[in-house]
Ligand binder design. Structure first.
Ligand SMILES: Nc1nc2c(ncn2[C@@H]2O[C@H](COP(=O)(O)OP(=O)(O)O)[C@@H](O)[C@H]2O)c(=O)[nH]1
Ligand SMILES: [Mg+2]
Length: 335
């Protein structure tokens, strides 16, 4: 609690320590979130996602410089799916971030996802909350658009930047990962390379066909769908057409335009009421997610291990099918 007060007062070292507490989870993390929660909901959350090597980290670094020039306080959360021990990408990010080293207006944190994506979204959500409570104006969240988990993190942002680059095999890599539809702004980075115009043209064509930018950002609504979509709350939001920004991140080219596009999106979110709607949808999604996690772990704790082992033998021996086994196992718990 003392640490949390320091965070609220803007103490950067306290932020780093509190993030670790929250990352470790458990009762302490809960207590921290309870304390900080009323102070959250102010920062502009910007997700930056795309295939590995498209230049996300370089872009984030350049964006940070522009935002700092505007005297914005910002935090950067790099969610990296590689092992924390391989260190490659994270180390690379740290090295590049030395451009900004010593500037107390920029806070950088890496989060390794350690393979499994179980509590990935909820942990990163809590880390973002701590940063939000600490009073940063902007939180840039860099994720590799690789798995569901990473895409989900990006989708929790208010503004999502999807980064493409020519020369990585496919013209538009994000199609595969299914991250096109979460884009609010497209970046075609490495515009110094051949193929950038073609990539931009492909994106334009897809937007014209109405295949991108539809903002199907909620990956699953679950039981809260009804609560969320109250009459009127989802109706008739004026469509935002994602702009396409060409950048050369290594030379800082096109970054000002990207910053402008983000400011434009932020203004659109506010003017259209979409910001409130997204925030509500985001929280509904989180509640749904946490509820599932909680219920499942509570119920699983009651599973009779001996019975489970016995039923498994029967399933293996083909005397019982898996559905029957699950039926029998849950009967004892749910009754
Ligand atoms: N030619 C060119 N290379 C770039 C550009 N932006 C980034 N790169 C390089 O692309 C590589 C991957 O960049 P990085 O930011 O680590 O990509 P990330 O994996 O998406 O975070 C690095 O070697 C960068 O120097 C660019 O605009 N043009
Ligand atoms: Mg990176």
């Amino acid at each position: 609690v003392e640490l949390a007060d320091k965070v609220l007062a803007g103490d950067r070292r306290a932020v780093a320590r509190l993030l670790t507490v929250v990352e470790n989870g458990g009762a302490k993390a809960r207590e921290v979130i309870r304390y900080l929660y009323p102070h959250t909901g102010r920062a502009h959350l910007v997700g930056i996602t795309g295939a590995p090597g498209t230049g996300k980290s370089t872009l984030v670094n350049e964006l940070a410089k522009v935002f700092r020039a505007q005297s914005k306080q910002l935090a950067i959360l790099a969610v990296d799916p590689t092992s924390p021990f391989s260190g490659g990408a994270i180390l690379g990010d740290r090295v590049r971030m030395t451009d900004l080293a010593g500037d107390s207006g920029v806070f950088v944190r890496s989060m390794a996802t350690r393979g499994g994506s179980g509590g990935l979204a909820s942990t990163s959500g809590d880390l973002i909350r701590v940063m939000d409570a600490a009073g940063f104006d902007l939180i840039l969240i860099e994720t590799v658009g690789a798995g569901q988990g990473e895409v989900a993190i990006a989708a929790t942002a208010h503004s999502v930047v999807v980064v493409e680059a020519p020369g990585l095999g496919d013209e538009v890599q994000a199609i595969k990962a299914g991250i096109l539809e979460i884009a609010d702004v497209f970046v075609v980075n490495k515009a110094d390379r051949e193929g950038a115009d073609r990539a931009a043209a492909t994106l334009t064509m897809m937007l014209d066909l109405g295949q991108g930018g539809v903002n199907h950002r909620l990956l699953h609504h679950g039981v809260l769908m009804d609560v969320m979509l109250r009459p009127g709350s989802s109706a008739q939001v004026e469509r935002w057409r994602p702009p396409i920004c060409k950048t050369v991140a290594i030379r800082g080219q096109g970054i000002a335009e990207l910053v402008e596009a983000l400011a434009g999106h932020r203004a659109y979110l506010q003017a259209s009421g979409e910001l409130a709607r997204r925030e509500r949808a985001r929280l509904a999604n989180e509640l749904d997610h946490l509820l599932r996690e909680h219920l499942v772990s509570r119920l699983l704790a009651d599973v009779d291990r001996t019975q489970l082992a016995a039923l498994l033998e029967q399933v293996v021996a083909r005397t019982l099918d898996p559905y029957q086994a699950v039926d029998q196992l849950s009967r004892g718990i749910l009754s």
